[in-house]
Design a protein around this ligand. Structure first.
Ligand code: ATP
Ligand code: MG
Length: 332
């Protein structure tokens, strides 16, 4: 990774365009949308909109973010379901990408929601994170360019991943399969500044693999009743991984999601989270917004779906905060 290659418009894009075996017709560069068929994924297909600008083009006036001194690998984890892990992964990734950084999303959830939101094919049989964990393929064989941005790739998850948790149990170095696939050499060659890993809502082997592969944990917390319930279990697991498998791991970022400023509850949860996590809780909070929840239905992030919306702005702000904080790491 050379700092020179961060200059706007330098050939990094050209170099990266060949990454991955799968490209969508038209790709991100000409505004064409993903040509997804009804057989896509687990019976789901995004609505195709024609003639839309790419997310990069929609945010072409966005200020560029600094590249990190060294690549940041961030695992987005919370074993609680529906707290905004996937939404935060894909929107932060898109926000980093439209602000000039090269980003890889690794979808580590058999639900494949991150792949859907990024408009990346993930029907059974598509080369995916499953084959990556088995060690049969490399990142460049499975990373697909997202239709959202020229600087955003995604290793999709297919339903095949559902069996992986069981299959991994008998494998050598079962907790480190993802780390072995995401070697610095491979990621240097592909020139990613950020790698964001979207975890399933469990603390099983897939999440452990994500924690072992990462430098940082990002914990999304929904501003709701019982927001902090179960968090102790996540923190224990992070500590276990730190002490046995990955001493470099730290909780760097806590992101409050689905914030509704009209409620006292949101305020209370925010105060509690800030009290516990201090500076690690981002100043930016993500508002509850229907637009944010609608975007994946169009195979888009909120940045592409409604670029000027509060949701879009909040993810741009959160990404900026993360990038500007640099690689400062604290332990759990
Ligand atoms: P899972 O544990 O199933 O993987 P998750 O933690 O990844 O879930 P998401 O899928 O990101 O959570 O979000 C859960 C639901 O909440 C989704 O329907 C999503 O569209 C919606 N959602 C997420 N963030 C927001 C928001 N800021 N405003 C409104 N709806 C949101
Ligand atoms: Mg999810």
């Amino acid at each position: 990774m050379t700092p020179e290659s961060n200059q706007p418009g330098v050939s990094r894009e050209t170099q990266r365009r060949s990454v991955g075996g799968m490209r969508f017709p038209g790709g991100a560069s000409d505004g064409a949308q993903t040509e997804t068929t009804a057989s896509e994924g687990i019976g789901w297909s995004p609505v195709v909109q024609e003639g839309r600008k790419t997310t990069d083009a929609l945010h072409s006036d966005a200020a560029q973010l600094p590249r990190p001194d060294r690549r940041r690998i961030m695992t987005v984890a919370n074993q609680k379901g529906g707290v905004g892990k996937t939404t935060s992964t894909v929107n932060l990734a898109a926000a980093l990408a439209v602000q000039g950084l090269n980003v890889l999303v690794v979808d580590l959830d058999p639900q494949g929601n991150a792949s859907t939101a990024l408009g990346v094919e993930h029907q059974s049989g598509v080369p995916s994170v499953y084959e990556l964990l088995l060690g049969n393929v490399g990142v460049s064989d499975v990373a697909a360019r997202s239709a959202q941005s020229e600087r955003l790739d995604c290793v999709p998850a297919t339903i095949d991943l559902a069996g992986a948790e069981v299959e991994l149990v008998t494998m050598v170095a079962r907790e480190a399969r993802l780390r072995e696939a995401l070697t610095p050499e491979v990621l240097d060659e592909l020139d990613y500044d950020y790698v964001l890993i979207d975890c399933p809502p469990s603390l099983g082997l897939l999440t452990v693999n994500a924690l072992v592969a990462a430098h940082e944990v990002v914990i999304p917390i929904q501003c709701e009743y019982y927001a902090l319930e179960g968090l102790g279990q996540l923190l224990n697991n992070i500590e276990l991984v730190q002490s046995h498998l990955n001493p470099n791991l730290g909780i760097s970022t806590v992101l409050l999601t689905m914030y509704d400023g009209r409620t006292k509850l949101a305020e209370q949860v925010t105060a509690e989270v800030r009290g516990y996590f201090g500076e690690r809780a981002l100043r930016t909070v993500i508002p509850r917004s229907v637009k944010i929840s609608e975007a994946p239905g169009y195979g888009q992030t909120i940045l592409g779906y409604d670029p000027g919306s509060r949701g879009s702005m909040s993810y741009l702000d959160a990404a900026r905060e993360i990038a500007e904080r640099g690689t400062e790491r604290e332990t759990a």
